[in-house]
Design a protein around this ligand. Sequence first.
Ligand SMILES: [Ca+2]
Ligand SMILES: [Ca+2]
Length: 323
Amino acid sequence: MLQPAALVERSKYRRNKKDPSIRIEGGLQQENETGAIDASERNPDYGFKCVHYSVSESAEKVEVVVVRKRVDATLQKLGIRTRDDTAVAPKDYERTELIIDAQSFEKKGDLFQYTFIVKIVNDEEWNPDMDFFIELFDPSQVGSEKDQLSGKDTKCKVTILDEDKPGTIGFAETEVRVARSGKEVELIVVRTDGSDGRIQCVIKTEMIAGTSGAKEFDHYLPIQSSLTFNHNDSETRHKITIMPAEDGDLGKGDNDDEGNLPEEEESEEEEQDLVFKVKLEEPSPEGVKVGSNNLCFVTIVGSDEHAKEQEHREKMLNFYLEQ
Ligand SMILES: [Ca+2]
Ligand SMILES: [Ca+2]
């Protein structure tokens, strides 16, 4: 049973009743589910002061308190150890095992307390909430099945709350124009709302039905590949090959990278604008999202509009650079 003095002491750290929090080095630690266990279900000698802690990853540690309830506790040596659950040592926290004497407890208010720290790993990757346990055991019984102390307050759960922001992936421009003679189109993919950790998604082209739909291999080379942002990367680019016009001057457009394109010589049929789409999907790891700008429509502009397209492209680029 929790003593009033202990409750008063803990209350000092609470911001409010719903959200009891202790600030530690920039992070946050919360004590949950305190005192919910009936006295008859508790261990008579030792127990955790709180059976569920929440700690933010950036706190980098959790402070846990064990209480000795009787001066004449039968067990003179007490073991404390961590146990993996969804949080796994040493990836997510530091495995801890201690054996302490009954004399290690210090009197604080009405309670004899022993405080120890378990280190939490603060990484750059986004993680879902993860739990591990800390339990009390009898060191003389190690190896047997029954070394864990009886009672519902001899096991405590720690929930690690992650605050890393992996971000949202999307296209910088959702409509892009390229000349048939442009050879390739470069799409800019951006990451907003955070840049923690390495994230990925799939980028792939898709045909559009109808007469204005550009056709795979005839008009562009389809892609389906993985796009990666490293930690702190907020932009990446991906090129898609635009096929030269089929009729007439196939060879000529391939000779020279800069200017002097024979657009005037191409046939009338090639002037229609053709469209295909590029999609971003399957963001990973968990927590990464694709935004509403996950689709980009690429218009392959009839070749005699090359000059106009260049102008448009430059305008778009300038617009983007100004953001
Ligand atoms: Ca972190
Ligand atoms: Ca993390």
